[in-house]
Design a protein around this ligand. Structure first.
Ligand SMILES: Cc1ncc(COP(=O)(O)O)c(C=O)c1O
Length: 380
């Protein structure tokens, strides 16, 4: 089966270093090692000393992740009764989505994917020849999942319901009430839920996880890339309580991962053990930046945004008479402004603006001013 081009990665990765104004990224500004230790208050010297005497063998006992990192991941799920044996470290959120989908789907199954979302969640099952049912979030409903639509779409052959929460690209987020309903719907057809929670953590108060609802077929995946600002560690994880699922993931992971980098797991552990501090740093960047972006959009009558984004990006509809891929290519070529075009989410007529990578809000203002200036040519 054909595996479609991964549009967002193919568009953004080569452009990243060429852009003068980068509104494409969905990461929060990356930390250095020094900053990680400053933010967490941990002893960097002692850490480096320990690292320098570590054996560089595959892993130290448990190939699914070091006891330290797995325990630290459990801390992100205080209401989910998550234990280290439910956690599996993998290569990023990409590794996690891939392992979960490939590890669970069998012929005769269908998957219901809530869109727009990260392309992996629908194009991997399609490439496996699986029936892939796509449930589109509606702009007029502020991109909040419509439970009646979901109820209609699932049936007894639904193996998996896949979504991102907070959602990429819209940033819209399901909370307690909706997550409970989602779990009830999954339970009614005995389906697993794959919830990509890579953007969880922007609220100061507790943000629920899919693991909080006592249904063992819930699977949470996440990584160090977004709210933890450490994408280069390539550390991600899967949390799965269901033994059959966990065993399948472990087997598939043996084929494509064996184990994660032991040094990467150690660095990630420092951030995970102090996640409140690392998320507070992310929040201190995201909250003011989001306001700058929303104020800017609201001052532009040809641009429209809905809801209240809780991730690192928002999805913007525009009234201009140009398709979004052509718009993004031209903006890069003529003004070196990078943003993600809607085709990456099968939503032409939209662009995604990422505001997390700007440590300096002034740079974000400059990028938006440049984009505003660039867009004027479509307003005649
Ligand atoms: C929803 C979602 N899941 C997964 C990923 C992949 O992240 P990672 O760098 O952890 O592989 C991304 C990256 O943008 C994402 O937006």
């Amino acid at each position: 089966m054909e595996l479609k081009d991964f549009l967002i990665e193919q568009w953004l990765n080569p452009m990243d270093s060429k852009a003068k104004h980068n509104l494409g990224s969905s990461c929060v500004k990356a930390m250095t090692m020094d900053e990680l230790f400053r933010v967490t208050g941990q002893d960097e010297e002692a850490f480096l000393k320990e690292m320098s005497t570590m054996s560089l063998h595959y892993h130290h006992g448990d190939s699914t992740g070091s006891p330290r990192v797995k325990k630290a991941v459990c801390g992100l799920y205080p209401k989910g009764n998550v234990k280290p044996e439910h956690v599996m470290m993998v290569h990023g959120g990409t590794g996690a989505n891939d392992i979960v989908i490939c590890g669970l789907m069998e012929h005769g199954d269908n998957i219901v994917v809530v869109k727009p979302t990260y392309q992996q969640q629908y194009d991997i099952p399609k490439s496996l020849g699986m029936e892939t049912r796509e449930l589109m979030l509606k702009e007029e409903e502020d991109y909040i999942l419509n439970m009646d639509d979901l109820r209609e779409m699932v049936d007894k052959n639904t193996k998996l319901i896949a979504l991102s929460n907070p959602n990429n690209p819209t940033g819209q987020t399901l909370y307690d009430k909706e997550l409970k309903e989602l779990v009830e719907i999954a339970k009614s057809v005995d389906a697993y839920i794959l919830c990509d929670e890579i953007y969880r953590g922007m609220d100061e108060e507790y943000m629920p996880s899919i693991m909080d609802y006592g249904y063992d077929k819930c699977i949470s995946i996440s990584s160090m890339s977004k709210m933890f600002s450490m994408a280069g560690t390539r550390i991600g994880w899967i949390v799965a309580k269901d033994e059959y699922a966990y065993r399948n993931f472990e087997n598939r992971r043996s084929y494509n991962t064996i184990c994660c980098g032991i040094m990467d797991e150690n660095v990630a552990s420092v951030a995970l053990e102090n996640y409140e501090k690392v998320w507070a740093r992310a929040r201190s960047i995201l909250v003011p930046n989001k306001k700058i972006v929303y104020d800017w959009i609201n001052a532009h009558p040809h641009l429209h945004v809905r809801g209240d984004a809780k991730g690192t990006t928002c999805l913007v509809r525009y009234d201009y008479d140009i398709e979004s891929t052509a718009l993004a290519v031209d903006a890069m070529e003529t003004a070196q402004i990078l943003f993600c075009h809607g085709a990456c989410f099968e939503m032409p007529g939209y662009i995604r603006i990422g505001y997390g990578a700007f440590g300096d809000p002034q740079k974000l203002r400059e990028a938006l001013a440049a984009l505003g200036e660039y867009l004027k040519k479509y307003e005649q």
